[in-house]
Structures are given as structure tokens and as C-alpha cells.
Design a protein around this ligand. Structure first.
Ligand code: DGL
Length: 269
């Protein structure tokens, strides 16, 4: 009797960020859909996006999208708030695969606040565009929303300094005035910031809610893809890693953030 043919590996999903921050989104996607093969691109050679113009970010997003499509990606997650704000509309207009972008957790923050004040921590570029301000205007109701650009935090995460004195100094400088102004919910409006959740929670003290949207993005990805039935013939999911920066650096710091070793290939573009 002939052996049943082995199923082909399903098309992967592509996930990208300016660097390692998107790993905070990917971990939610993998937790929800461990059957999915993924290709992650860290654009660490061009990080941070926070100081770049929208046109520069669109150019990077387009280069990475072309690469991911060349690898057979069936869906692309823009796991970066700044790139979503600058580029997701452009990407959707120019490519036919579905794109899932980030949306800072303003709506759930407005629903959660007891004090009537929330803070939004984000990059300078994310706050420079009007997309985030439109989101705030759409959901704020009577809630006071204070926005806070956080230069330097992305670099601290990229360098693997999640809890050192300089990281804590920056977190205190950005978050304490929001809490002093009455905010009881802080929106982590950049995918790097969930990696700073523990020191941030300590700095702002108990009773302050910290919200990110990784899990919501994972639910959205799940809803767009057909459920796959477990089968002995199905090849196991494969996670692939690429960096436009130093692959060795991603192997060291990315593995620490991911919690497992990763073999990183150079992404030269
Ligand atoms: N993780 C990116 C974001 O969510 C960081 C952008 C940057 O590189 O400044 O906004």
C-alpha cells in the first residue's frame, strides 16, 4: 500500500517591526495559534523608526513586505505601532495579502479608567501623525488623555537593557508625571514597551493598569485564517528569524526576550 502523501507546509505568516519589539506581539500569536509557521523580520539596522519621517518608514515597510511575500507569506502583521500609523494604509492599497496592524489600547483604557485620566506612551513618530490622535478623539468621550513621547526606550530594549538604571530613569521621567496628573491606566503604545512592563509597574506603583494590544492582534490574526486541524501528517510549525542589524545581537538579545534560542539570518536590504 502506498504511504499517504505528507501535507505541504502551510504558507507562513510574516511579522515585522523596527526591531525586537514585535516579539511581544509574536508571542501572543504563537500562544494562540501554535500551528502557524512564521517569518519574523527585525529591521534593527534601521531602528528606531520613532525619529523617521512617514516616507522613510513606508520605504522600509515596502522593502520588508516584498521580502516576506517572496517567502510566501499569506498574511503580514505590522507588529509596530509606528509603522502601522505611517504605512499600513499604503501597504493595504498596494498589496493584496491581508495586513494586520497595531492599534494602541486607547479604547480599552477609556473603558477601564476610574479616575477619568489615561496616559498614552508612544514613539515621537507615532504621536506626530494624526492617526493616533484621531483614534484618541474617537474613543476619549469625557476622559482626559495625556500623550507622552518616550525617546530612548526602544533603544534600551534593543540593547537588552530592560531593567538597568538608565532604563528606570527614562521610565520614571515619562510615566511618573502621567500618574501625578491622575492617570490610572497607561497605554503601552509601542510594541517594545511590554518588555519593560515589570520595572514600569514597580515605578508607577500598585493600582495603575498597563495595557498593550498583543493579544488583540493575535485574535485578529486567528479570525482571518482558517482553523487547521491537528494531524499526524501536518508538518510542525517553523519559526524563522531575520534581522537587518547584527544577527548575532538578535541571537543574544532576541533569544532572551523570546525565552528560547533562535537562529537568525541576515536580512540585507
Ligand atoms: N516597536 C515600535 C512601535 O511599536 C518601535 C518604533 C521605533 O523603532 O521607534 O512603535
Amino acid at each position: 500500500m502506498m504511504a499517504a502523501p505528507r501535507m505541504a507546509e502551510p504558507a507562513p505568516i510574516g511579522v515585522f517591526d523596527s526591531g525586537l519589539g514585535g516579539l511581544s506581539v509574536l508571542r501572543e500569536i504563537v500562544a494562540r495559534r501554535p500551528d502557524l509557521s512564521t517569518i519574523y523580520v527585525a529591521d534593527s539596522g534601521h531602528c528606531p523608526y520613532g525619529g523617521k519621517s512617514a516616507d522613510q518608514i513606508i520605504e522600509r515597510a515596502e522593502i520588508i513586505t516584498e521580502f516576506l511575500l517572496g517567502q510566501g507569506a499569506q498574511l503580514i502583521v505590522v507588529a509596530c505601532n509606528t509603522a502601522t500609523i505611517a504605512a499600513v494604509e499604503y501597504l493595504r492599497a498596494h498589496y493584496s495579502v491581508p495586513f494586520v496592524g497595531m492599534e494602541p489600547a486607547v479604547k480599552p483604557a477609556v473603558a477601564a479608567t476610574q479616575s477619568g485620566v489615561i496616559g498614552v506612551l508612544a514613539t515621537g513618530a507615532a504621536l506626530a501623525g494624526d492617526k493616533l490622535h484621531r483614534l484618541i478623539d474617537r474613543h476619549r468621550g469625557t476622559v482626559r488623555v495625556i500623550t507622552q513621547p518616550c525617546p530612548g526606550l526602544v533603544e534600551q530594549v534593543e540593547n537588552g537593557d530592560l531593567d538597568g538604571p538608565e532604563t528606570r530613569r527614562l521610565l520614571a521621567e515619562y510615566a511618573r508625571p502621567l500618574v501625578a496628573a491622575g492617570a490610572d491606566v497607561l497605554v503601552l503604545g509601542c510594541t517594545h514597551y511590554p518588555f519593560l512592563r515589570a520595572p514600569l509597574a514597580e515605578i508607577v506603583g500598585p493600582g495603575i493598569i498597563l495595557l498593550d494590544t498583543g493579544a488583540a492582534v493575535a485574535r485578529r490574526v486567528d479570525s482571518l485564517l482558517p482553523a487547521t486541524l491537528a494531524s499526524a501528517d501536518r508538518p510542525a510549525a517553523v519559526l524563522r528569524w531575520h534581522s537587518s542589524g547584527d544577527p548575532q545581537q538578535m541571537m543574544t538579545i532576541g533569544s532572551r526576550l523570546w525565552g528560547q534560542g533562535m537562529r537568525v539570518q541576515a536580512f540585507i536590504a
